[in-house]
Structure formats: structure tokens, C-alpha cells
Design a protein around this ligand. Structure first.
Ligand code: PLP
Length: 275
């Protein structure tokens, strides 16, 4: 089992410096990329988002995006990964622990590894349940940073209720879920929170919007309330490797008739045809 450490592909081992800023402050960014049939899906889009996250937190990556792409592809073949994910993160580096940025000559630390995972077909076909919880995150949820404590707490709440996800709301407004985006369908149209600072603009989310446009299905990138969510005809979540999962129940409230909806099933099918 191999990992990427800065510019080197090597045997996986524990190399974290105790003063790595990712470790101490969550001062870094990351991506999770799905791998299907040995190929990373939408790798360019993930790397573009990584580049944007870096810019937004003023992190100067020591490695170019082009070089990263080559290294990640190398890593997938070094691990003979057929189906699974690549996890990669870039921290602002290891330096004496002070909150402000370290000296400009401190190199960022890039790590990546792969994890084999089966296809999520079952849950995609059968659907799952979700819980609602207040979105207590900061106001830059558009940046994919290592700071995930609110997401961790929300997901744990979901798991303790036997649910797949925690759907987050800021007051009345549904934002996204702890590790996925949320869509609802009402009267044949899709609704999803606009890609602003309150959500992470998922690569899966963007792809679904493109698929809908190609199918002439209307997507409204506009906010909607918890009440509207609970009264939707269909609800689904989207994320890397999870793809599209119908949500049949939110807390004690059944969505639609409690079965995966026809429109959601169509999106599941369309998404699968991408790989
Ligand atoms: N929203 C949050 C908070 C996430 O952590 C994720 C990550 O999976 C997503 C949305 C979905 O993004 P993507 O489709 O790029 O995986």
C-alpha cells in the first residue's frame, strides 16, 4: 500500500510532524476523488477546486496542479486501485506553533492515499434516512478545509439515529448535509442551495446540474426552507463515491410516498452512466 508524500510515492507510513499546521490548526485543504474502473472521476474538477480552496486561504502549494495530477494517477496504479477513493490534503506545512502563517520558505505538506471501496449501489437503489440539525459552521463553507468538527458532530448525530446523513439548516434555510449536498424535487423541478459561501459546491452537485440541463429538467439554485424540504416530492443527497442517494425519511417525516422517487431514480441512472 503506497502513499504520496510531497513529491514521492512511497510505502504508507506515519510521517506527520506534531507541528504540522493541518494537525494542529486544521490549516489546510483536501479533496476526496472517486475512482471507478481504475480511473479517477472528474479529477480535473477536483484539482481546480483544490486550487481555489488554496487561493481562498492564501496557501501557496509547493506542487503544481499538473504535477499533482500525474502523481495521483501514479498512486492509483501503484496501489492497483480499481474501485475506491483517493484522499489528498495539503497543509500549510510544519513550523513552530504560532497562529500566524509561518515563514514564506516553509513548504506545504501534501499527502495522499487510496482506499478500496465497493460501489454504493445498494443504498442508491434502496434509499436511506436523514436527520435535521442546525448548521453551526463558519461562513466560508465554500472552502474545502480540514476543519470538519461541526461536520463530524452532525454526522455522528445522524449515525446515532441510524441515518445516513445529517441535513443542515441555518435557521429556516436548508444549506447542505454534513458531507454531501442536498437536492429536493417539487412539481417536477429541482431545488438546491445556491453555490455561495454557505455550502461546498460539490463536484457531484455540479455534474447533476449538468445532467439535468441535458435532460431539460429545471434546476432552481435557490434557497428553500426546512418546511419545503419536508413537503418535497423527492429528496436526495449527492457526494463523491456516494453519488446520488434517495432520502426517504427526514427525522420522523416521510418524504413523498417513502420510496425512491422516479426523478431521483433517473438521476441515479444517469450518474452511473458516467463511469
Ligand atoms: N458538502 C460537504 C460539506 C462535503 O463535505 C462534501 C464532500 O463530499 C460535499 C458537499 C459533496 O462534494 P463532492 O460532490 O465534491 O464530493
Amino acid at each position: 500500500n503506497k502513499m504520496l508524500f510531497n513529491d514521492r510515492i512511497m510505502d504508507r507510513k506515519n510521517l506527520v510532524d506534531i507541528e504540522d499546521r493541518g494537525y494542529q490548526f486544521g490549516d489546510g485543504i483536501y479533496e476526496v476523488i472517486g475512482v471507478y474502473d481504475g480511473k479517477p472521476l472528474m479529477l480535473d474538477e477536483h484539482l481546480e477546486r483544490l486550487e481555489r480552496s488554496a487561493k481562498e486561504i492564501k496557501l501557496n502549494m509547493s506542487s503544481s496542479i499538473g504535477n499533482l495530477k500525474t502523481k495521483l494517477e501514479e498512486l492509483v496504479s501503484a496501489n492497483s486501485l480499481n474501485e475506491g477513493i483517493i484522499y489528498m490534503q495539503v497543509s500549510r506545512g510544519a513550523a513552530a506553533r504560532w497562529h500566524e502563517f509561518p515563514n514564506a520558505d516553509t513548504s506545504t505538506v501534501t499527502v495522499a492515499y487510496t482506499r478500496a471501496e465497493d460501489r454504493a449501489n445498494n443504498v442508491e437503489d434502496q434509499g436511506a434516512t436523514a436527520v435535521l440539525t442546525e448548521d453551526i459552521r463558519w461562513l466560508r463553507c465554500d472552502i474545502k478545509t480540514l476543519n470538519l468538527l461541526p461536520n463530524v458532530l452532525a454526522k455522528q448525530e445522524a449515525v446515532e439515529h441510524g441515518a445516513i446523513e445529517a441535513i443542515l439548516h441555518r435557521g429556516e434555510i436548508v444549506t447542505e448535509a454534513s458531507a454531501s449536498n442536498v437536492f429536493m424535487v417539487k412539481d417536477g423541478e429541482f431545488y438546491t442551495h445556491p453555490a455561495d459561501n454557505y455550502i461546498l459546491n460539490g463536484i457531484t452537485r455540479r455534474k447533476i446540474i449538468q445532467l439535468c440541463e441535458a435532460l431539460n429538467l429545471k434546476v432552481n439554485e435557490q434557497t428553500y426552507t426546512v418546511d419545503e424540504l419536508l413537503n418535497a416530492d423527492e429528496v436526495f443527497i449527492s457526494a463523491t463515491k456516494l453519488d446520488v442517494v434517495p432520502i426517504l425519511k427526514v427525522d420522523d417525516h416521510t418524504i413523498g410516498d417513502g420510496e425512491p422517487g422516479e426523478i431521483t431514480k433517473q438521476i441515479v441512472k444517469e450518474f452511473r452512466s458516467l463511469y
